[in-house]
Design a binder for this molecule. Structure first.
Ligand code: HEC
Length: 132
């Protein structure tokens, strides 16, 4: 897990792109980025759900980016992505599944904290990789 200062650190503007390329094909890239936008939509739904004190909405939004999405990754992509990428990506989907379970019982403050932890995964991976 990255430090709690990730937000402040990420404000630094970089002029050299040192991220590792995943070297996806055009089709793989389209599908990959579409999944990414769905993850952003999940986060949006989770945060709204927390604000509305609506566990059902949180569960529905989180489930979208859980195991379902992990399983949907095409074999062609799985076979070429680096191990480090998988080590961040796999647990991220598991954390969404964990949120699905936690939303049944945890209070909204705890869920907010956990959502913040999930988003550290987004930051960690985005810092390291690019699609092309
Ligand atoms: C295991 C790695 C990984 C994780 C985890 C990850 N992403 Fe990404 N995401 C990427 C990569 C790589 C790109 C492409 C960046 C580039 O090429 O500039 C990307 C791009 C995106 C984009 C841009 C989509 C587009 O259409 O251009 C969004 C939005 C996004 N991610 C949201 C998220 C959110 C929200 C999370 C966390 C819930 C997340 N991502 C977690 C790797 C990851």
């Amino acid at each position: 897990m990255t430090s709690a200062n990730a937000w402040a650190e990420s404000k630094e503007i970089q002029t050299i792109d040192q991220r590792i390329s995943l070297k996806l094909t055009e089709t793989e890239k389209i599908e990959f980025l579409s999944e990414m936008r769905q993850m952003l939509a999940s986060i949006q739904g989770i945060i709204s759900g927390i604000g509305e004190n609506n566990p059902e909405k949180i569960i529905k939004s989180a489930r979208y980016s859980g195991n379902r999405m992990a399983r949907a990754t095409p074999e062609s992509v799985k076979s070429k992505i680096p191990k480090t990428f998988q080590e961040i990506g796999g647990p991220t989907h598991m954390m969404f599944e964990e949120l699905v379970i936690r939303a049944e019982t945890d209070d909204m403050e705890t869920l907010t904290l956990f959502t913040g932890e999930i988003m550290q995964q987004c930051l960690a991976c985005h810092e390291m990789f690019k699609v092309d």
